[in-house]
Design a protein. Structure first.
Length: 417
């Protein structure tokens, strides 16, 4: 049986060709969960690169699906705001505002970003490399052989969770809480999981804030340290934050460093299984790991889109985006745009310009942690190649019910030497 056989794709490919465009809502979380999103976005890129939709749940919104349009919008911060005051970076408007610097405009955005930037300085990355490698080796060495297990849980979650604990200098024995808070912050309330309402989410995030407030209080009166809590507690632009803003920035840093890298760790295993020739190429030439990591991140596009809100009327593709309208820049689609990327639907580990993708965004909000994520993935694959001749996917992957997070909850695999 082919674990990647998708029983839904034929039907959706047909539907994507015929559905009236005004009836189509690209942000339906089922499209990503069922992995049937591509034909819809391909049609939008061709026929409606700026698409308007009146969604019953999230309200009216625009979608941008071409690479170049997304880049142009990212840099037009005068017209397109990220601010949580207008709804922030996801299409669903939040009931209660949660300020964080990814959802701020200038100048406050830059001031707060500068406070945490040193966590990913080249020197800091270099000093973390040894620790990341040791942990990766330990996790891989503990994997069962000739036995099916869930790669998401045993490898991707474990590694990204330990990384987060290091970045925050978080008590190691409690580190599972970080994954729990990250999942709670991003879960779709309609997904059937533990976050069944916004009230439940707020209650769990309040627990997160209480825990981190203890860490803040310990560190604010100590010498400035090199962890994220200490940086925030001492940073000129963050030391006087309200508790709500502290929570917002914590959520940003926890989610930013967690889901995205985790899902790239799982995505890589999927893509190499779907493309055995690329897997053979990698085994024959392990030096390709570096360019493969970028290709994994492009192909996975762990965050499907970012939202902006128009601060004034704006003309594009003969239509007017009105002041106050929300707009999704679909990175997942831009990364499959043949006008910008050759053979965009193919997973090719030795592309000429592998870092030319939209997965980290662009402009002033471009991902702070991009080099760290690449480092973690590079080490993971270097260590995998040292140990296993094959990681075989033996059952269908289960994907996250979300239009925002493109990820996996389960990937059954077997490893062999
Ligand atoms: C911002 C993706 C890993 C922290 C972003 C943005 C994207 C993104 C799309 C928004 C860009 C924009 O609006 O233009 C990713 C992906 C990752 C990853 C795909 C892994 C493969 C990380 C890691 C960290 C991190 C490991 C933590 C250390 C952040 C922060 C921001 C951000 C703090 C906000 C930047 C700002 O607003 O200035 N990321 N990220 N990310 N990311 Fe990442």
């Amino acid at each position: 049986m082919d674990p990647f056989h998708n029983p839904f794709i034929a039907e959706h490919t047909g539907r994507a060709r015929t559905i009236p465009l005004e009836e189509f809502s690209p942000a339906n979380p089922k499209y990503m969960e069922m992995d049937v999103w591509q034909p819809y976005f391909s049609r939008l890129r061709e026929e409606a690169p700026l698409h308007y939709c009146e969604d019953k749940i999230i309200g009216p919104y625009w979608s941008l699906t071409r690479y170049k349009d997304i880049m142009a919008t990212e840099v037009n911060t005068r017209v397109f705001s990220s601010s949580s005051t207008f709804g922030g970076i996801t299409l669903m408007d939040q009931r209660e505002e949660l300020p964080m610097f990814i959802a701020m405009d200038q100048p406050k955005h830059d001031e707060q970003r500068k406070v945490v930037q040193p966590i990913v300085s080249p020197q800091n990355l270099e000093s973390m490399e040894k620790l990341i490698r040791q942990r990766t080796q330990k996790v891989l060495d503990a994997l069962p052989h000739n036995e099916t297990f869930n790669w998401v849980e045993k490898v991707s979650i474990d590694l990204t969770n330990m990384m987060l604990a290091t970045l925050f200098d978080f008590p190691f024995e409690d580190r599972a809480l970080l994954t729990y808070w990250s999942d709670s912050a991003t879960a779709n309330t309609l997904g059937g999981g533990h976050i069944d309402s916004e009230a439940t989410r707020e209650r769990i995030l309040a627990e997160c804030l209480a825990y981190f407030t203890r860490l803040w209080n310990e560190r604010v009166n100590a010498e400035p340290g090199s962890d994220l809590v200490s940086m925030l507690a001492h940073g000129p632009a963050t030391r006087n934050m309200s508790p709500r803003e502290y929570l917002g920035n914590l959520v940003l840093l926890i989610v930013g460093g967690n889901d995205t890298t985790r899902n790239s760790m799982t995505g890589g295993v999927c893509f190499l299984n779907q493309n055995p020739d690329e897997y053979a190429k990698l085994r024959a030439n392990p030096a390709l790991v570096e360019s493969m990591v970028s290709e994994i991140i492009r192909y996975q596009t762990p965050l499907a889109y970012m939202r902006r809100t128009a601060l004034e009327d704006f003309e594009m593709h003969g239509q007017t985006i009105r002041k106050g309208d929300k707009l999704a820049m679909w990175y997942a689609s831009g990364n499959r745009d043949g006008e910008a990327i050759d053979n965009p639907d193919q997973f090719i580990i030795d592309r000429a310009r592998p870092r030319q993708h939209l997965s980290f965004g662009f402009g002033i909000h471009r991902c702070v942690g991009n080099r760290l994520a690449e480092l973690q993935l590079r080490i993971l694959w270097e260590e995998i190649l040292q140990r296993f001749s094959k990681i075989e996917v033996v059952g269908p992957p289960k994907r996250v019910f979300s239009a925002f997070i493109r990820g996996y909850t389960e990937l059954p695999v077997r490893v062999s030497r």
